[in-house]
Ligand binder design. Structure first.
Ligand SMILES: [Fe+2]
Ligand SMILES: [Fe+2]
Length: 558
């Protein structure tokens, strides 16, 4: 069971030492720094699940305890599976991750977590992914944050409505949008970066995980890294801010990603240094690929080029394999900084340079992006060229990639270009927080397969911003016969079965109720200037610079 060391980038011992040294000074986290004894009575919180690489068989369950505990476990079916415990510098709590890999496809399990022989949580339902060929729905947005106002947000003045618009204006949009996604009862949710906007304040991470817990115990939130997951001293969201400096200082361990990498247990990517930074998972007949665009973008300087091309090589291998796999009907990429956006940040040349060729060559169907805080959808694109522009929203070309900007996860922001959009723009909406819904239909019964997309407003009770957008393609990519595989007899005795249920009756966990409220809570614009790259030479130079920093960080951590 399990997949070996969960975070093989070493340095855990070193981190614990650093934690002791900087824990109080950093002042982060909601708990007083203390040395509590091991206790069975220690509470569990922030419980959430994650899909494994093969979502039909594998899952990871994660939670936090404010004090140390012995023998943490998840109880699922009739089995107790041991969890691995992790900490990171600047945070006094303990994170536990239990990976389970012998589940039955398309099955409802109940699970609970605990330690020292005692179940400490209520129970929740876990649904494993289906076999290829089955329809399902998932939801998406990026750039959510919490209902805590984020002082780092940029504000924009909207000349149409004479209003100032910020990320958190009006308040409570983050929880409102979470509730909208939850109400759609998706198989899972994806959050494409800029998740909590903790910006180094670890209590905000706690708040965010408590907020999603009710949903994420059953409907996992599968993330990708955004610039605000870079938690660096002096820099905000990986940006270098003139006058304040920062951006390049990796204050929480490798490249500022410690909170993200310690709090989530993501599918493995076989990269000993950067596990969790990029990954893939298969759900039904869809290959999902989560990418870290901080590595390849030109705008956010902190982590440019850190993987030294390892991520790009992995993405290429992964796409090539998925494109050849007869069980794959669609390939969907999750990434933060956008290849296409008419917003303030715009279309990133580094992102385009890294992925355009690969996405076109291996036939990526849909890319879900964030970073700009509005909603936008492109036509079907091949690199920067429009392949098909369907005015009625029904696309029938067998090639071409659709890009969505879904950075309106917790707030909106009108940026440059939003009055018209680019040549690539099919739909644009800059005023409402909302959730993307994607229905995957692997077989329409007419020799085709479909993705059906919609965007729904959280502030107008789920009213559609647009819906019924269809990418319809011929079924030739898949060979259906390969899907009728039976459960191997020999393996049956090793499977975790859902029938045994010694934890007690199922009931809901507490938390996650949206506090509804409207009102103005405007704060003054911080008046920051972002540094933006502008061309290939600058990218090369930044990458060169970053590579030597990365080598140093890795050397220090070993
Ligand atoms: Fe953002
Ligand atoms: Fe961002």
């Amino acid at each position: 069971m399990g997949h070996g060391p969960h975070r093989p980038y070493v340095s855990r011992r070193q981190f614990v030492q650093r934690t002791a040294a900087v824990g109080i000074a950093a002042g982060a986290g909601p708990f007083l720094w203390q040395q509590p004894g091991y206790s069975a009575a220690t509470p569990v919180e922030q419980i959430h699940g994650q899909l494994g690489q093969d979502a039909s068989r594998e899952a990871a369950f994660s939670w936090m305890t404010p004090g140390p505990v012995r023998r943490p476990f998840v109880q699922i079916g009739g089995e107790r599976v041991r969890a691995e415990t992790m900490q990171y510098a600047g945070y006094p709590g303990y994170f536990h991750h239990a990976r389970v890999d012998r589940l039955l496809p398309d099955t409802r399990y109940r699970y609970a977590v605990g330690h020292q022989g005692e179940v400490r949580s209520t129970k929740a339902v876990w649904r494993t992914g289906p076999r290829p060929g089955k329809a399902f729905t998932f939801t998406a947005f990026g750039d959510q944050g919490t209902d805590v106002p984020d002082p780092t947000n940029i504000q924009d003045f909207d000349p149409l409505t004479l209003q100032t618009i910020t990320h958190q204006q009006p308040p409570f949009q983050a929880s409102l949008n979470r509730d909208l996604a939850y109400s759609m009862n998706p198989a899972f949710h994806v959050i494409v970066g800029d998740t909590s906007y903790a910006n180094g304040d670890q209590a905000i991470w706690d708040e965010w995980f408590r907020g999603i817990e009710k949903m994420a115990r059953t409907m996992p939130w599968m993330p990708c890294l955004g610039n605000h997951e870079i938690e660096a001293a002096g820099g905000l969201g990986g940006f270098t801010i003139p006058g304040l400096g920062g951006g390049d200082d990796d204050s929480w361990g490798p490249l500022g990603y410690d909170s993200y990498r310690t709090r989530f247990a993501l599918p493995e990517n076989d990269d000993k240094d950067w596990e969790g930074n990029w990954y893939r998972f298969r759900y039904g007949s869809v290959e999902f690929i989560s990418i870290d665009n901080n590595d390849v973008n030109t705008e956010v300087t902190a982590n440019i080029g850190y993987s030294e091309g390892r991520q790009e090589r992995w993405v290429k291998r992964t796409l090539r394999r998925a494109a050849k796999d007869p069980d794959v009907d669609f390939i969907i990429v999750l990434m933060h900084q956008a290849a296409f956006s008419s917003g303030l940040h715009g279309s990133d040349p580094g992102v385009r340079k890294a992925w355009f060729r690969l996405f076109a060559k291996y036939g990526v169907d849909l890319v879900i992006q964030g970073h700009d805080h509005h909603y936008e959808r492109t036509h079907l694109m091949e690199r920067a060229k429009v392949v098909e522009s369907a005015e009625d929203g029904h696309y029938t070309s067998d090639v071409g990639t659709m890009y969505i900007v879904s950075g309106n996860g917790g707030g909106v922001q009108r940026g440059e270009g939003l009055f018209g959009g680019g040549d690539f723009t099919a739909s644009i909406q800059a005023m409402e927080v909302g959730t993307v819904k994607v229905e995957v239909v692997p077989d329409t019964g007419r020799g085709t397969k479909r993705l059906v997309l919609g965007e729904y407003s959280a502030t107008r009770g789920g009213a559609p911003i647009e819906e019924g957008i269809v990418i319809e393609r011929s079924l030739d990519r898949g060979e259906r016969s390969s899907r009728a595989t039976e459960e191997p007899e020999a393996a049956a005795s090793r499977l975790v079965l859902p029938s045994e249920d010694p934890v007690g009756p199922l009931h809901e966990t507490t938390g996650g109720v949206a506090a509804l409220g409207m009102g103005a809570a405007s704060t003054a614009a911080p008046g920051t200037t972002w540094t933006r790259g502008s061309g290939d030479e600058e990218v090369t130079e930044l990458r060169e610079q970053r590579r030597s920093d990365v080598r140093r960080v890795l050397r220090d951590q070993r």
